[in-house]
Design a protein around this ligand. Structure first.
Ligand code: NAP
Length: 286
C-alpha cells in the first residue's frame, strides 16, 4: 500500500484565497502586527513569509523588529500600544523571544481578542472548555486537512506525540472536541510504539527526525507529521520516516504538508479576530 499524500501546499493556497475573498467581503481594512526580537534567521524568514502572505490576502501588516538586547518593558509598551490601537486586529509575537524575556508574561500581555496565535491563557482556556475562539494555527490547519479529506474522527483512536502548548495540547483538544478517543504521548511515555500502533489518526509533533518508523504505524492509518527538522544535509524532514508512506492510508509530506497550512490559518485567525472584535465594538457602541 502507498499512502495518499495530503497536499498541504495546495490546500493552504485554497484557504488563503478564501481568506482573501472573505476579507474583501468584510469590506473594512484588516491589520496584523508582528513583533520580532533578535536576529534568529529562521524567525526573520517566518515573519517575512507572514507579511507576504498577509499582503496577498489583502490583510495589512505592520512589521516591528527589535535587536536582541531590547528590554522586556519596551516590548510590553509596544504591545499595550497595539492593544489600544483600534486599527490593529491581530498581534503576533514571534517565538522564541530572547532568554532575558519572560515569554509567558509577554504572551499574556496581548489582548486575547487580538491573539491570533491563540497562545493567550484565555484562548487556551476557551479551547479547553470547548468554546474555541482563536485557536493555534498549526493544529487548526491539521483539522482543516482532516476535514478536507473527509476523515471521520468520532470514536476513532487518535494519538498525538508531543504535549507543547503550541501544537500537542491544542491538537489533542481539537481531536477530542470531534469525539476522537485521544492519547497524548511525550518524552516520558513508556513504549511509545504500543500507543502509536493503535492509532487511526497519528499526529507527530516532537522535533526528532525518524522517530516514527513503519512498524509503529497501523496499516491504513492517517499520519500527520507536524515536525520541521533539519537533517545532516540541511534538508527539511519531519518526525516520520518516509517509509511510513508504505503503511499509512493518508499521510502528510515534509515539506509541503502541515507547514504551509500554518500561515494560512494565521490569516484566517486574523480575519476572525477582526470580525469578532468589530462586531463587539459595534454592539458596545450602539
Ligand atoms: P516542543 O515544545 O519542543 O515539544 C516537543 C514535544 O515532544 C514535547 O512534549 C516532548 O515531551 C515530546 N518529546 C520529545 N522527545 C520525545 C520522544 N522521544 N518521544 C515522545 N515524545 C517526545 O516542540 P513544538 O513546538 O511542539 O514543535 C514540535 C515540532 O513541530 C518541531 O519540529 C517544530 O519545528 C514543529 N512545528 C511545526 C510547525 C509547522 O508550522 N509545521 C509549527 C510549530 C511547530 P516532553 O513534554 O515530555 O518534553
Amino acid at each position: 500500500m502507498t499512502a495518499v499524500r495530503i497536499d498541504g501546499k495546495a490546500l493552504a493556497e485554497k484557504v488563503r484565497a478564501q481568506v482573501a475573498d472573505d476579507v474583501r467581503a468584510f469590506g473594512e481594512p484588516v491589520c496584523l502586527a508582528t513583533i520580532l526580537v533578535g536576529d534568529d534567521p529562521a524567525s526573520h524568514v517566518y515573519v517575512g513569509s507572514k507579511h507576504k502572505a498577509s499582503h496577498e490576502a489583502r490583510i495589512e501588516s505592520r512589521d516591528h523588529r527589535f535587536p536582541a538586547d531590547t528590554s522586556e518593558s519596551e516590548i510590553l509598551d509596544l504591545i499595550a500600544e497595539l492593544n489600544a490601537d483600534d486599527a490593529v486586529d491581530g498581534i503576533l509575537v514571534q517565538l522564541p523571544l530572547p532568554e532575558h524575556m519572560d515569554e509567558p508574561k509577554v504572551l499574556r500581555a496581548v489582548d486575547p481578542e487580538k491573539d491570533v496565535d491563540g497562545f493567550h491563557v484565555i484562548n487556551a482556556g476557551l479551547l479547553y472548555l470547548g468554546e474555541p475562539h482563536l485557536v493555534p494555527a498549526t493544529p487548526s490547519g491539521v483539522m482543516v486537512m482532516l476535514a478536507e479529506h473527509g476523515i471521520e474522527l468520532k470514536g476513532k483512536e487518535a494519538v498525538v506525540i508531543g504535549r507543547s502548548e503550541i501544537v500537542g495540547k491544542p491538537m489533542a483538544m481539537l481531536l477530542l472536541a470531534e469525539h476522537a478517543t485521544v492519547t497524548i504521548c511525550h518524552s516520558r511515555t513508556v513504549d511509545l510504539a504500543a500507543h502509536t500502533r493503535r492509532a487511526d489518526i497519528l499526529v507527530a509533533a516532537v522535533g526528532r527526525a525518524g522517530l516514527v518508523t513503519p512498524d509503529m504505524v497501523k496499516p491504513g492509518a492517517v499520519v500527520i507529521d507536524v515536525a520541521m527538522n533539519r537533517n545532516a544535509d540541511g534538508k527539511l524532514v519531519g518526525d516520520v520516516d518516509p517509509a511510513v508512506f508504505d503503511v499509512a492510508g493518508l499521510m502528510t509530506p515534509v515539506p509541503g504538508g502541515v507547514g504551509p497550512m500554518t500561515i494560512a490559518m494565521l490569516l484566517r485567525n486574523t480575519l476572525t479576530a477582526a470580525q469578532q472584535r468589530r462586531s463587539q465594538v459595534a454592539v458596545r457602541g450602539s
